[in-house]
Write a protein that binds this ligand. Sequence first.
Ligand code: FAD
Ligand code: FES
Length: 233
Amino acid sequence: MAMIISNEELVPGIYVMKIEGNYKGHMGQFYMLRSGRNYPLLPRPISIYDIGDGGITFLYRVVGEGTRQLSLLQPGQELQLEGPFGNGFPQIEGSLALIGGGMGTAPLLLAAKHYQKSHVYLGFAQQAFGVEAFEAVASSVQVKVGGSIVEQVDPAGYTTIFACGPTPMLQALALKTACTSARLYISTERHMACGIGACLGCTIRTHAGNRRVCKEGPVFPVEEVQFDALHGV
Ligand SMILES: Cc1cc2nc3c(=O)[nH]c(=O)nc-3n(C[C@H](O)[C@H](O)[C@H](O)COP(=O)(O)OP(=O)(O)OC[C@H]3O[C@@H](n4cnc5c(N)ncnc54)[C@H](O)[C@@H]3O)c2cc1C
Ligand code: FES
């Protein structure tokens, strides 16, 4: 069990939770979190948002019972936490763009801290959140509320792009990147049960064969991804 230092609502329905301890993990990896109550039985995968200063931080949106239970936890209370899991984003050289949509901005903050010369593009449907954290570390941050953040990106200007967000956003970005030399890596999502590659519940079809999102993913080079396999999480 791990102790909660803080669990604050950033904007309605979006929380930042900091947990005490020294944790491992790098950009794009995730932990499995469970509130410690009896229901729901299964933990929920949440990306590492930040790590260090005696704790690990998660940014999450309340969408169902698991995340609602997390949002009710108070400082001083405990929760179950296991990880880090998944492959995370690769180490790269050259110019980098980080493109996040909505909650897909969460796994990109560590990348922005790691690659401080990267250009960050953040898109939100209705209300921006967490932008200041990126502005504190990145050399350039562009934000769009409503519409598509992909319109603001010129993929040809980058060696590598890391992206996470809704499937239509990732698909639009893949199309725009296809005729450039930029290497695009996308972080994908599936419902998860075990998080460690044992249950096969998160398996998706890819052009390289079946892949477990929790083990071989969640980050894949875009040329491996079959977007029709990502719809309907
Ligand atoms: C590798 C990985 C990293 C993630 N990182 C984060 C993160 O940093 N912050 C965060 O807020 N969320 C993140 N998620 C999504 C998060 O795991 C789900 O929102 C959570 O499991 C929902 O649990 P719940 O019990 O609240 O909702 P449930 O009761 O399980 O679901 C409620 C509703 O939300 C839908 N839903 C559930 N999961 C998803 C999903 N992944 N995408 C779209 N709709 C979904 C369900 O279909 C259902 O309609 C991540 C998921 C993965 C796989
Ligand atoms: S969640 Fe069990 S194999 Fe991925």
